[in-house]
Design a protein around this ligand. Structure first.
Ligand SMILES: Cc1cc2nc3c(=O)[nH]c(=O)nc-3n(C[C@H](O)[C@H](O)[C@H](O)COP(=O)(O)OP(=O)(O)OC[C@H]3O[C@@H](n4cnc5c(N)ncnc54)[C@H](O)[C@@H]3O)c2cc1C
Length: 390
């Protein structure tokens, strides 16, 4: 079978290797000058390609049960696959990186394998449209027209790219649905007037995402406060759940039991009896955050602990409300939620249920993961799951 893969990114390259192992003639068409451009910027250039903690909760899809079928079959095969390419991992808190700490190491290993397997690679080749006529696919690019028996669409998503993106259009042309793609693993924007007070602060906090009075997700780690809202890995992980109903509560004192904080501040106040409240708070909190809370609660700079509404202060310290109104744009996002629904795909082969001979892998599908190697994780798993039907 003559198989063409559209997109030489993470999932396209692994799809090519997997399909070649099934003894087919494989060609990758890639619009960029080189394969794996995005792979090189993953994990800040270190490529966090997998995570030791493979938990279904780290992945999101409107058809999570179908994702689970791919997950169960492939999760134990990914590391064997990278081992077969000669990759030696370095594991940091469960996060897998290549031991060299360089994304080029993963990319070169994939390219070496592609060369050894005689997989054809045509770069600077942007696919414009794909048609199926009788049993053949006709692929139009910026340069040429190609004909083949099977097509794998591995074009990724809009996340983090400036280029024109046609992947969803190909799927729509074949009558696939697209669950509205939205940026994920991305910063959250609010519209309060006080962000200049906290702009530039990075501090450890616990953030909780609440929807309809229900706690949806909690994260603990470094939060970046900016002039548009909040960012950082914890916020990225919450961004997957963004909609117009959600609120985020920020606990600036996550290391202290909330119930006892008032009691502890009483003790601190007695111990530091000639200190103002501001001076006491600055003993454990960034001064810009203290300033902001004082402005919002209209507390005088020289106020003492006894002078203020203590319960209100405790609420602002432990449940500071942030109302996101939108996420940052796709260009700032690491992944996309939404895409082609898994129920339109035969999960055992990754073949379209609508068009025979058409396959999908990677981020174009409706699966997205948390930070920590889960998005590349899905790219690899979906690519290893492909089985070309004769
Ligand atoms: C800044 C950043 C950091 C990230 N860090 C991590 C990380 O550390 N760990 C992790 O797990 N995930 C990370 N991700 C997410 C991860 O990169 C993606 O989930 C993964 O690359 C998706 O693989 P894919 O093959 O589906 O798509 P891609 O890797 O995006 O590949 C798609 C390929 O298709 C090509 N293409 C698209 N359209 C056409 C066309 N019409 N014709 C020809 N070619 C086409 C593209 O040029 C591209 O090369 C990060 C993402 C970003 C943006």
């Amino acid at each position: 079978m003559k198989v063409f893969i559209i997109g030489g990114g993470a999932s396209g390259m692994v799809s090519a290797i997997n399909i070649r192992r099934q003894n087919h003639d494989v060609t990758i068409l890639e619009q960029n000058a080189k394969l794996g451009k995005k792979l090189l910027i993953t994990g800040n250039g270190h490529c966090n390609y997998w995570n030791e903690l493979q938990d279904l909760e780290k992945y999101h899809s409107n058809n999570i049960e179908l994702f689970k079928e791919i997950f169960i079959k492939q999760k134990d095969k990914v590391l064997d696959f990278f081992d077969s390419l000669g990759i030696v991992p370095k594991i940091k808190n469960g996060y897998y990186y290549p031991f060299s700490n360089q994304a080029t190491c993963i990319l070169n290993a994939l390219i070496n394998k592609i060369e050894k397997e005689n997989i054809k690679v045509i770069c600077n080749e942007q696919v414009k449209d794909i048609k199926k006529i009788d049993n053949k696919f006709i692929i139009n690019t910026n340069n040429k027209v190609y004909e083949c028996d099977k097509v794998v669409i591995s074009t990724g998503s809009l996340a983090g790219i400036k280029d024109e993106y046609l992947g969803y259009q190909f799927a729509k042309d074949f009558n696939h649905q697209i669950i509205k793609p939205e940026p994920s693993l991305v910063a959250l924007i609010g519209n309060d007037s006080y962000y200049h007070y906290w702009d530039g602060v990075r501090c450890e906090a616990k953030v909780s995402l609440i929807s309809n009075n229900k706690l949806i997700k909690e994260e603990l780690g470094e939060i970046q406060f900016t002039n548009y809202g909040i960012s950082g890995i914890c916020i990225f992980n919450l961004s997957t759940y963004f909609n117009n109903n959600v609120t985020i509560k920020i606990n600036f004192v996550p290391w202290y039991k909330e119930d006892n904080l008032k009691e502890w501040l009483n003790i601190q106040n007695n111990k530091l009896s000639n200190y103002s409240l501001k001076q006491i708070l600055e003993g454990f909190l960034n001064y810009k955050i203290v300033n902001l809370i004082f402005k919002l609660l209209k507390i005088n700079d020289d106020a003492k602990w006894e002078d203020i509404n203590q319960d209100k202060l405790i609420t602002y310290l432990t449940s500071f409300p942030f109302k996101p109104i939108k996420t940052k744009e796709f260009i700032n996002a690491q992944t996309t939620k939404g895409g082609i629904p898994l129920n339109e795909i035969d999960i055992n082969t990754m073949e379209s249920k609508i068009v025979k001979g058409l396959y999908f892998t990677g981020e174009i599908l409706d699966v997205n993961g948390d930070c920590g190697g889960y998005n590349l994780g899905f790219a690899w798993m979906s690519a290893l799951q492909i089985k070309i039907n004769n």
